[in-house]
Design a protein around this ligand. Structure first.
Ligand code: 48F
Length: 278
């Protein structure tokens, strides 16, 4: 016999235990669970980093749920096909170095492999802000996403905060955290949105532009593209997967002290080593 209150108690105690032990204080918080965020979170966890991925929607996966024009077929170019093969995604060779798969399968298997690696997911959770000390980002401020849609008399409800050594901004086109940082620190670019379509260049630049933009904050994937106004890539996801993997490597180097605090960071309005049209 299972009592109603036992079901409730199990959910409440399990959530609080997980939250306080695995989420409250982590190595890496990845904001956004699209192709870039899911890839970043998976590779962080695979490297042994305590990793939390936060998604404002009820469902994870971001833009992976559909290819272009509401058609559920996703494409990736070499060498990103290997990232999907590693997750067990069935890919069809479409020629010209391009591979195609079912969107649903890509999302499911990417997320499953992130879970298997040990990633904790906080869904229906909006990241409202960062924890910003003198010269370092030290975590994020979170609020239930449904609370953002409550009537105005509820909007004074304060959010809560969780701490991490590194935060990865994988929020896609909105570049939420970079935007917030740019309001408070000089030299941080105000995200301008992506430029017009150019597949090859966009795929390359989204990886190159993924970098630690401020101590403790890594900008990755479409968020990096949008920050610097680099070209959009259209319905192709390889650059996003590779950008996520690169973000995980940068996070690992920072946390393990391979790079000293501040090393390798260029706080500049212009993307490091990339030509960006003004
Ligand atoms: O948009 P999204 O998929 O970004 P990405 O991983 O990949 C971009 C591609 O999907 C696509 C493309 C390539 O073909 O052009 O755009 O860089 O995933 C971003 C995720 O972040 C969530 C959002 O709901 C989405 O799932 N997100 C955005 N802002 C917040 C957030 C926030 N403030 N708090 C929590 N989640």
């Amino acid at each position: 016999m299972t009592s109603e209150t036992h079901v409730t108690k199990t959910i409440v105690t399990e959530f609080l235990e997980d939250f306080t032990q695995n989420i409250l204080d982590s190595d890496v918080v990845v904001v956004g669970s699209g192709p870039c965020g899911a890839s970043a979170a998976k590779y962080c966890a695979k490297k042994g980093l305590k990793t939390v991925m936060i998604e404002r929607n009820l469902y994870a996966g971001g833009g992976m749920w559909q290819g272009g024009y509401l058609m559920p077929k996703n494409t990736v170019a070499e060498p990103a096909n290997r990232i999907l093969e590693e997750c067990g995604v069935n890919l069809k060779d479409a020629g010209e170095g391009l591979y195609v798969c079912d969107s649903f399968e890509m999302v499911s298997k990417m997320l499953a492999s992130a879970c298997d690696a040990g990633v904790k997911l906080l869904n229906s959770t909006n990241v409202d802000d960062i924890i910003l000390k003198e010269d370092h980002v030290e975590g994020v401020v979170i609020q239930w996403f449904p609370a953002k849609h409550m009537p105005s008399f509820m909007t004074c409800m304060d959010p809560i905060a969780i701490r991490s050594k590194v935060v990865i901004d994988a929020t896609g086109h909105d570049s939420v955290l970079v935007k917030r940082l740019s309001e408070q620190r000089s030299g941080i670019p105000v995200p301008k949105g992506c430029g017009s379509l150019w597949v090859d260049e966009a795929e390359k630049q989204t990886v190159e532009l993924t970098h630690e933009i401020y101590p403790g904050l890594i900008v990755a994937g479409m968020s990096a593209t949008s920050t610097y106004g680099a070209p959009r890539m259209g319905p192709i996801f390889g650059g996003m997967l590779l950008a996520g993997k690169k973000a995980a490597e940068l996070a690992y180097d920072r946390i393990k002290g391979v790079k000293a605090k501040g090393e390798g960071i260029k706080i500049t309005r212009h993307a490091p080593d990339v030509i960006v049209t003004e």
